[in-house]
Structures are given as structure tokens and as C-alpha cells.
Design a protein around this ligand. Structure first.
Ligand SMILES: [Zn+2]
Length: 267
């Protein structure tokens, strides 16, 4: 077999220097290109998001299966091509990041899960046609709520485009719903939202619930109520914000304090 020779085009600068401490949802980082490649950035600022391909130099290359235990200690094992683990024959990392700004040969990005000093191999723009609105994926759910929340918040911000109070409330509702029903992009889960446009938009984004094909989503605007109802089969869970004043301190409040929760199972 031919050997392929890759030359790094740049390097990652980030506060993360320990691979076990890099947040799985990524963080802020700077990609410094080698000066001879600066010309290849022409007009890249027209893109809000880019794919970063980099090289996980610390990764193992001799394993074909892995259990994603960092996400969930009870997860079964998967082939490395069915996961995004760094361990793989060619440890090329692929990460979608938001391109925040460019200064000279430096790209300031957010959402990059790479260590400080990681070699960057390539940068490509993210296109609208890359979107698959509701893909089927392995059901690997993080065992810790904080981690599930961090993943969900990342998804919510990408969809809703602002980190507002109502978006965070929607994430909190969706977390509870996911604990009750499993993955929320399930075609059999119906979602009904009564509340602000931001609440409705975020919950539609997280649940991928469409108005049709199949019809899963209903929305009614209300200035007074913040409520979502989730139905699958004979079970329904209704979550209603008790007091709007709680929004600002919602992180510290238990689910039952923040919401009036009503679970109904029809026999
Ligand atoms: Zn909003």
C-alpha cells in the first residue's frame, strides 16, 4: 500500500492540554495557520461554520472497537468507524466549529474539541446542504445529566442562534422529556408547546418535530404560559413553568420546584 504524506497547515491553541479534560462539546480555540497558507483563507469569513480536520497525535491506532465509556460507562462496544473516538487507524479528527473571527493567519473558533498543540490538516466550509434535519444515529446517551445538558445546549444554540432565558428553559424541559421518553427525535413522540416563540423554536429544534410528515409539532403562542406536553403511545408528560421569576435562577432549582409536572398513563 502507498504511504500518504500529509503536511500540517497549522496548529491549535487552546487552554486544554489534557485529553481527558477537553469538554466533549468543545470550547473556544485559536487555529494558527502556517504563514505560507494565509492566502488560502481568502473569503473564508463568508462562512459562519467550518469543518476542521486535525490529527489526534496521542490516539491509539491499533484498536478496531471501543466502548464510549467517557459518555456512558454502561455503553456497549462499537466499531471505531461507528464512533467518533480519537482511537482509529488514521486518527483524523473532524469537528464542526463556529468561525467567530479571523485575524491575519489566526482563526478564532468555538466548539473545537482538540488539545493545545494539535496539528491541523485541513479546513472546509460547512454548507446548507450538509444538513440532515433528522438523521438516524446510535443511541449513545450520556449517563450524567450535566453532560447531556451541555450537548443539548450546543444543539439548541446552533438551532436557535441565541442563548436566551427561554432557550435555556426549553433545554431544561427537553432534558426531562428525554429522561422520560429517550431520544427526542423519535417519530412517535408528539410535542405541543404553549409559550414564547423562543421556547417553541428551541423545542422544535431539539426534538426535530415537524408540522407534517409525520405531524409531531403543535405551537400556540402565549405571553403568560410556558408549557410543553410530550406524548408517546399511552404516556404523556406535561411540564409547565410555575413562576416566570424563577427563570433567572432556574439552574439551581429542582425540576419539581421549577415546573408543575404532570405524568399521565392511559390504560
Ligand atoms: Zn431566544
Amino acid at each position: 500500500m502507498n504511504t500518504i504524506n500529509l503536511q500540517p497547515i497549522g496548529v491549535v491553541h487552546s487552554v486544554n492540554s489534557n485529553s481527558m479534560k477537553v469538554p466533549l462539546q468543545g470550547g473556544d480555540a485559536v487555529i494558527e495557520l502556517l504563514p505560507q497558507y494565509e492566502g488560502a483563507l481568502e473569503r473564508i469569513e463568508e462562512n459562519s461554520h467550518v469543518w476542521i480536520l486535525s490529527w489526534f497525535h496521542e490516539a491509539r491506532r491499533d484498536v478496531l472497537t471501543r466502548a464510549p465509556t467517557r459518555v456512558n460507562p454502561d455503553a456497549p462496544s462499537y466499531g471505531v468507524f461507528a464512533l467518533r473516538t480519537p482511537a482509529r487507524p488514521n486518527p483524523i479528527a473532524l469537528t464542526l466549529v463556529a468561525l467567530d473571527r479571523i485575524e491575519g493567519n489566526c482563526l478564532y473558533v468555538s466548539g473545537l474539541d482538540a488539545l493545545d498543540g494539535t496539528s491541523v490538516l485541513d479546513i472546509k466550509p460547512y454548507y446548507e446542504q450538509d444538513i440532515v434535519f433528522s438523521p438516524r444515529t446510535s443511541k449513545i446517551t450520556a449517563s450524567i445529566r450535566e453532560m447531556r445538558k451541555a450537548f443539548m445546549e450546543k444543539e439548541a444554540i446552533r438551532h436557535h442562534r441565541e442563548n436566551c432565558d427561554d432557550m435555556r428553559l426549553a433545554v431544561r424541559m427537553a432534558l426531562i422529556a428525554e429522561e422520560q421518553f429517550g431520544k427526542l427525535n423519535d417519530d412517535e413522540i408528539l410535542v405541543e408547546v404553549n409559550g414564547s416563540n423562543c421556547l417553541g423554536d428551541t423545542l422544535q429544534g431539539i426534538s426535530r418535530a415537524r408540522l407534517a410528515n409525520p405531524p409531531r409539532f403543535k405551537f400556540r403562542h402565549s405571553a403568560d404560559v410556558m408549557k410543553s406536553t410530550w406524548v408517546k403511545g399511552n404516556k404523556s408528560v406535561c411540564l409547565e413553568l410555575r413562576d416566570k421569576a424563577d427563570l433567572a435562577i432556574s439552574e439551581d432549582l429542582a425540576d419539581e420546584v421549577l415546573f408543575r409536572i404532570e405524568t399521565v398513563i392511559n390504560q
